[in-house]
Structures are given as C-alpha cells and as structure tokens.
Write a protein that binds this ligand. Structure first.
Ligand SMILES: *[C@@H]1O[C@H](CO)[C@@H](O)[C@H](O)[C@H]1NC(C)=O
Ligand SMILES: *[C@@H]1O[C@H](CO)[C@@H](O)[C@H](O)[C@H]1NC(C)=O
Length: 213
C-alpha cells in the first residue's frame, strides 16, 4: 500500500470542526502558532486561567473552566465573570504598533458581555481554534509566562507598519478543549457560525483585517 494513501487516510480520520464543537464547558489552551494549518495541540505553551490571564501551568487544574452561553450573545464566562477584551483595567499592548490601546483579555464579575465579546470557531478547522472579530484567529503575547506568573493575551494586529507579530512577542492561537456539554438541553446546531467555512486545502490566513493608516 503506498504511503500516500496512509497519509491521506490519517488526515481524513480527523473529523473537521463544526459549530457544535465549541459549546458547553471547557478549558482554553494557548498554542504558539503563526499558521493555523500546522498548529496542533503539541504547540501548547499554556492555558487561560479563570481570570482570563495567560498562564504556563504545571497542572491542568490551574487552567480556567469556561462556559459558553448557548444563546445570544454566545460569550464565554468563568467563575470570575464574563470574559472580554474591553476591560480598561488590564495591561495594554504598549509594544505593538497597532495594538497600543488594546487591553488584555480578562473575565470579570459585574461585566455584562455583548456579542462583540464573542469568540467563535470555523467549520472545517482541524481543531477547535477560537477566533475573534473579523476572522482574526491569532493573538499576541509578550512571552510564555514562567510557571506561577501570569501574562496578557491581546488581539493580534497587523498592517503595513507592522506586518507580523509585535517585535519580541509571540504569535498565539487559542484551542477549545471541551470538558462537558451544557447542562441544559439545547439545539447546539442553532448557534450561528461565521460567514467563513474552510474547505480542504484552503490557504486563507485568517489573520483578521489589515489596519490601514
Ligand atoms: C514559538 O514558535 C516559534 C516558531 O516555530 C519558535 O521559533 C519559538 O521558539 C517558539 N517559542 C516558544 C516560546 O515556544
Ligand atoms: C454576563 O453576560 C451575560 C450576557 O450578556 C449576561 O446575561 C449576564 O448577566 C452577565 N453577567 C454579569 C454578572 O453581568
């Protein structure tokens, strides 16, 4: 049997992601990745804790437990509260050309999430990667935090003045790892997905929109 057949059947064995995969309760792992096509769970460099901070765990129990609303606005929360990039009390990405006024993701009590806080996945992904906004599937971190300390997770921004990740920072992806389904019985198929759907071999970068200035 030719090797090529083994390779393609191995690839086919992994069912493509559907919207139903990003539901319920789960952990969010942080991957060191600048290309969603080659990222795998082996690229994991940490996770997000209950406050939404980027941590480098020794034990998975340190990772936050997030639940996704199964109705509008489909946002994430942890025991610390609703999660958002809009909390002005978190560190800003001051090293970034385009992200200087971006604040780190965080989950805080008393914050009411809206649909602009939604993370989502894309049908056809090989793993349940999480994207934000206008098909932006990458994130920015200063470095992998040392064990016991926390780091910030920012949105990835790019444009002609800074084509890639912020110099000295690392480009990241988020991976949903479902622990359980929602306790409520819901029609998970009814969660709306993004307008993008990936087909075999698509080369779309999914880096979000270029910022023009
Ligand atoms: C992240 O990935 C890049 C590219 O593969 C690699 O050069 C770098 O050492 C990695 N960094 C960490 C912290 O894993
Ligand atoms: C979290 O956001 C959801 C969705 O907007 C809202 O229903 C809920 O009341 C919020 N929780 C708090 C503590 O504000």
């Amino acid at each position: 049997m030719p090797d090529i057949f083994l390779l393609s059947s191995a690839l086919c064995a992994r069912a493509a992601v559907t919207q139903a995969d990003f539901t319920g309760v789960g952990n969010i792992f942080v991957l060191n990745s600048s290309d969603w096509r080659t990222a795998t769970p082996d690229s994991t460099v940490g996770c997000l804790d209950d406050n939404g901070w980027f941590i480098n765990y020794e034990d998975k129990k340190e990772c936050g437990t997030f639940s996704r609303l199964d109705n509008y606005p489909y946002t994430l929360s942890s025991k610390s509260g609703n999660c958002t990039f809009t909390n002005q009390h978190t560190p800003a990405n001051t090293d970034s050309h385009y992200g200087q006024s971006d604040h780190a993701w965080s989950c805080t009590s008393s914050y009411t999430a809206d649909v602009y806080d939604e993370l989502y996945t894309i049908d056809g992904f090989p793993y349940t990667f999480l994207c934000f906004g206008d098909v932006a599937c990458f994130y920015d971190g200063k470095k992998v935090p040392s064990v016991g300390s926390t780091g910030s997770l920012w949105q990835f921004r790019w444009g002609s003045q800074q084509m890639g990740i912020t110099p000295g920072h690392i480009q990241l992806q988020l991976l949903w790892s479902k622990i359980s389904d929602s306790s409520k019985r819901i029609d998970e198929e009814s969660i709306p997905g993004p307008r993008v759907e990936l087909k075999d071999g698509m080369q779309v970068p999914l880096q979000g929109q270029q910022i023009r200035n």
